[in-house]
Design a protein around this ligand. Structure first.
Ligand SMILES: Cc1cc2nc3c(=O)[nH]c(=O)nc-3n(C[C@H](O)[C@H](O)[C@H](O)COP(=O)(O)O)c2cc1C
Length: 313
């Protein structure tokens, strides 16, 4: 399956496992890379030296290409970037920030840079900043998202009309059919998060993995737009956020106070299903089993190829 994305990263399939806080450490990233996709270590929940350890373990676990996802809101971003360079990481996906800030620094070091966007405007900014490709993440996606609520189905063709660099679709893709749909809309590859969160190698807590399997259509919602929009499972913490919205238009300070510290860790890593923040995409409604990452990837590839070949659509 050779195309612009497999060539850009030197991988077998144009499938990227999205970087995910508390979920994608070296185990998941190396499993996906070994299976022929591109695994990404999610640095957003790691202290710099923890990231170094994950990179080193990932290098031992795979001789295939892998990358690091860096949300640019990170307070110790300089240290993170230095470690990435020191450890010889060849691929970086940046998100949650201005693509201009780090792209030239990374490109000068010979690193392939991809930026995650949720709108045409930011896709154009990323292209102008010199990135090698953009991930276009629609409203369905798990994790942080755009305020505009543009769906993957509309975002991909709109970005494709305006940019020349390769486009990677993200949000709502968890099957071969989903992947094919994204490619038909103009994507050159796909980035998959939620489906890989419910794998054996994911570092999410077992309680959270089971919740992903239980989530049905309608069980997640994009909220906390005034802080940083995020798609959450509707648990007790989510209901507390909604109560605040219903009583009065909450101030940013009130939302920050309710969110407090380490909510995401509490939910996704420590397995506190009531008080923790549980980030997952709408596609969780299609996830029925916790499986090894290799099997997830192979199932997606097989379905993609079968549906495409037999034109089962
Ligand atoms: C639990 C979780 C954590 C995430 N953390 C990050 C992150 O740290 N950085 C980032 O750029 N995207 C993050 N994402 C987004 C994913 O990388 C990916 O783009 C998204 O999950 C794709 O949509 P899907 O969930 O429908 O597959 C996260 C997603 C999930 C589900």
């Amino acid at each position: 399956m050779q195309n612009k994305i497999t060539k850009l990263f030197n991988i077998q399939y144009p499938i990227i496992q999205g970087g995910m806080i508390w979920v994608s450490g070296w185990k998941l990233a190396s499993a996906v890379s070994n299976a022929g996709g591109l695994g990404l270590i999610g640095s957003g929940s790691m202290y710099p030296e923890v990231l170094r350890e994950h990179i080193q373990k990932c290098k031992k676990a795979t001789d295939k290409p892998f990358g690091v996802n860096v949300p640019m809101l990170y307070p110790e971003i300089e240290k993170i970037m230095d470690i990435i360079v020191e450890e010889g990481v060849k691929i970086v996906f940046t998100s949650a920030g201005n693509p201009k800030t780090w792209t030239s620094f990374l490109k000068e070091k010979g690193i392939t840079v991809v930026h995650v966007v949720s709108s045409v405007k930011f896709a154009l900014k990323a292209e102008a900043a010199g990135v090698d490709a953009v991930v276009c993440e629609g409203f369905e996606a798990g994790g942080h998202n755009g305020r505009e609520e543009t769906t993957t189905f509309t975002l991909i063709p709109m970005v494709k009309e305006q940019v020349k660099i390769p486009v990677i679709a993200a949000g709502g893709i968890g099957s071969g059919r989903g992947m094919l749909a994204a490619m038909v809309l103009g994507a050159d590859g796909v980035q998959i998060g939620s489906r890989f969160a419910a794998t054996e190698e994911s570092s999410a807590h077992e309680n959270f993995k089971k919740t992903i399997v239980d989530v049905k259509e309608g069980d997640t919602h994009l909220t906390l737009k005034e802080l940083a929009p995020v798609r959450l499972v509707k648990n007790k913490f989510y209901e507390e956020v909604q109560e605040l919205y219903q009583q009065q238009g909450p101030t940013i300070e009130q939302l920050k106070e309710l969110l407090g510290r380490a909510r995401a860790k509490r939910g996704m890593f420590e397995g506190n299903l009531e008080d923790g923040e549980l980030e997952i995409g709408q596609v969780a409604g299609l996830i029925h089993e916790i499986k090894p990452a290799k099997e997830v990837l192979e199932t997606i590839v097989a379905e993609y190829q079968q549906v495409k070949k037999q034109q089962l659509f």
